[in-house]
Design a protein around this ligand. Structure first.
Ligand code: ADP
Ligand code: MG
Length: 384
């Protein structure tokens, strides 16, 4: 595909049919949760407890003597580590990223089930989540490519980070005081959705990434406080673009890591008036996501992506490349109904077929905007 020639004209995108890889992760019980209330378990196929779990078991809400089983590509039990999930589920996607495909990883689940822990994680090396590990592996690979090519190929990384709150897009790499309350607009570009005017910051090392990411996460909570919200009620989207340059050949692909807002059914919680506005729009975007998944799985001609900004950006099954969904689950009874509803959603999602489009190489100096799968900026970094 990457012919080494100076033109994009010969390059045709390669379409490969694939599915969304859906994996479930059950978080450990917390101190406040009683062992006897643990109702969710991971088993191997046919209930075999010794093999790699692929099945989540949960009792029926109405009749606890009856159990439901949901099968996924992999299931991670309460004892699973950040490292194991990263090694098994994310490491294989990095190769695709450097082969010119986009990658989307998103965490779905009720608030308190471990989405942020899985994506961002804690400070210690062992507790680091998918996002810092992904960047760490990416930088390692960049250095290797540059070394192996004796400098003939250079690799640059740029970052974008934004949140969608109340169906508005806010740039987390911009100082909170610079943000307008109306947020940023979306635009379609070459079949992909882009966020207009989003910051794209070049980032040379893992250390630099960690600094930018930590500051942006403070921004996230600052804006959350200002808007009287909590981060569990916004969708956070981190995108990084990998630009590989060999002579005049330039290849760009994007990885997107998304920590979705909590999927709980707010009709069952005691929300005040303000919370209701938020809940309605969070519920709306997740509700639209469920409608999209339903429509795709039924092969409907019209998929209602445009009914919310999150679904427009995520555009499941459409040009978002290799896609991994992590379904975060709490093991305890207090989450019972929401857990069943999350499992049903994930069960439909795993049936979605996606087209992996290989990004076309572009010619240095070409002024074409490069759209990215999950809404990276219209602003191109100058190509080196
Ligand atoms: P969410 O983002 O889905 O609302 P969090 O990631 O904030 O959930 O997790 C809720 C709590 O559970 C946090 O205190 C978090 O540290 C803890 N937690 C979640 N998953 C794990 C895990 N796999 N191991 C240890 N603690 C976890
Ligand atoms: Mg969270």
């Amino acid at each position: 595909m990457n012919s080494g020639r100076n033109s994009v004209l010969n390059a045709k995108p390669v379409a490969i049919m694939g599915g969304i890889r859906v994996v479930a992760r059950i978080r450990p019980q917390q101190n406040s949760e009683l062992e006897k209330d643990c109702i969710v378990s991971a088993t191997g196929p046919d209930g075999d407890a010794s093999s790699q779990p692929t099945v989540v078991r949960i009792p029926s809400f109405k009749n606890e003597n009856e159990a439901f089983s949901f099968q996924f590509s992999s299931v991670y039990d309460q004892a699973s580590t950040q490292q194991a999930i990263f090694d098994n589920e994310i490491t294989p996607t990095i190769k695709h990223l450097f082969n010119g495909f986009d990658v989307t990883i998103f965490a779905y689940g009720v608030t308190g089930t471990g989405k942020t822990h899985t994506m961002r994680g804690g400070k210690s090396l062992a507790e680091r989540g998918i996002i810092p590990r992904l960047l760490s592996s990416t930088y390692r690979r960049c250095r290797k490519i540059e070394k192996d090519s004796a400098g003939a190929t250079s690799v640059g990384i740029t970052l974008s980070y934004y949140e969608i709150y109340n169906d508005k897009v806010f740039d987390l790499l911009e100082a909170p005081e610079k943000r307008t309350m109306s947020g940023l607009h979306l635009r379609d570009n070459g079949g992909k959705t882009v966020v207009v005017g989003l910051t794209e910051r070049p980032c040379k090392s893992l250390k630099e990434f960690e600094k930018i990411y930590d500051e942006a996460n403070v921004n996230r909570s600052t804006s959350a406080t200002k808007l009287n919200a909590h981060s569990s009620r916004s969708h956070a989207i981190l995108c990084f673009k990998v630009t590989m340059t060999t002579g005049d050949d330039v290849r760009v692909s994007t990885a997107s890591a998304i920590d979705l807002a909590g999927s709980e059914d707010n009709r069952r919680t005691d929300n005040g008036k303000e919370r209701l506005v938020e809940s309605a729009s969070i519920n709306k975007s997740l509700f639209v996501l469920a409608k999209c998944v339903e429509a795709i799985s039924q092969n409907q001609a019209r998929i209602p992506y445009r009914e919310s900004k999150m679904t427009r950006i995520l555009s499941l099954g459409q040009n978002n490349g290799l896609t991994v969904m992590i379904l975060n689950l709490a093991p305890s009874r207090s989450y019972h109904l929401d857990t069943i509803s999350s499992l049903n959603f994930a069960n439909r999602t795993k049936k979605i077929e996606i087209r992996e489009l290989e990004n076309e190489p572009i010619t240095k100096g070409c002024s074409r905007a490069v759209p990215t799968s999950t809404g990276a900026s219209m602003h191109r970094q100058p190509l080196r």
